[in-house]
Write a protein that binds this ligand. Structure first.
Ligand SMILES: [Zn+2]
Ligand SMILES: [Zn+2]
Length: 67
């Protein structure tokens, strides 16, 4: 059992806490983004990463074309 991340990765129960605090979506470690001690899914993180300071926080994800 276990939720499935939007990317298709099954989210281990260990990572349940990585669910997005914004929309509640299940997020695998690769897709979740911790911002200021809070976990967001890629969608919500993208919105936050649109901010200059957030882009600097995670340039690799920003450059991956997720936005
Ligand atoms: Zn979200
Ligand atoms: Zn994922």
């Amino acid at each position: 059992m276990g939720a499935r991340c939007h990317c298709g990765t099954e989210v281990q129960s260990t990572y349940d806490h990585l669910g997005c605090i914004e929309c509640g979506a299940a997020c695998c470690p690769a897709c979740s983004c911790e911002i200021e001690s809070a976990n967001y899914c890629s969608n919500c993180a993208a919105a936050l990463l649109d901010l200059p300071w957030a882009a600097a926080l995670n340039p690799a994800r920003h450059a991956a074309g997720i936005l």
